[in-house]
Design a protein around this ligand. Sequence first.
Ligand code: ADP
Length: 243
Amino acid sequence: MLKPKLIVDGKRLDGRAFDELRPIKIEADVLKRADGSCYIEMGKNKVLAAVYGPRELHPRHLQDPSKAIIRYRYNMAAFSVEERRRPGPDRRSIEISKVSKEVFEAVIMKELFPRSAIDIFVEVLQADAGSRAAGINAASVALIDAGIPVKGIVTSVAVAKVDGQLVLDPMKEEDYYGEADLPIAFLIRNGKIESITLLQMDGRMTKDEIKRVIELAKKGVMEIYRLQRDAIMRKFMVEEDEG
Ligand code: ADP
């Protein structure tokens, strides 16, 4: 198919400015059976995260006597994309699960829970580019909802290059037809960006563009972070009211 024009009259196809996120909704504690959970919408992405643990890890030979084992499963529902996806893990979801697991290994205080497992499940109900970022954002809230000690909130977004222009939080057309796509996650502690916990890229960008991408992503994640924090606050305030 011919590549459509992605920027028309200085605006993106969905009318957004270059540095504008898609609308975001975040709700914590949406699943009763999980220890922690979160539902997020980032544009057309709809993603659920469920956290179980810390709980004793079986079989026992997998246990680590010095810390908890973190497991992360990113899964796309068969109905999450236009063409029905074959259910089950594929190369892409195995890769996303691995890099996302590494994000949370750096953030969870896992030394507090020897011989345990902490399981993070991310189910993508509807995907529209940026689903790994949405999964990480939901998982971070779900971990806090589960009461698991963490070093801070992890917040993720992608930046793309489309028609030579850097744009925040690309949707599917921008991801598909763009020249480059760079998902990134930051650890945010006491309202300040502390470190980068995930950085991936496909396509091509100059060194200067990468610097600008990181600045654009920082602006985006601070907005998402405030919504994650609000979702956590809302949950605890409701509990207080009910009590
Ligand atoms: P992310 O969702 O994190 O941006 P990708 O860049 O790999 O991850 O994928 C971009 C988008 O492409 C997905 O969000 C989804 O909309 C679409 N996509 C990914 N895998 C498939 C698939 N197997 N079939 C159809 N569409 C897919």
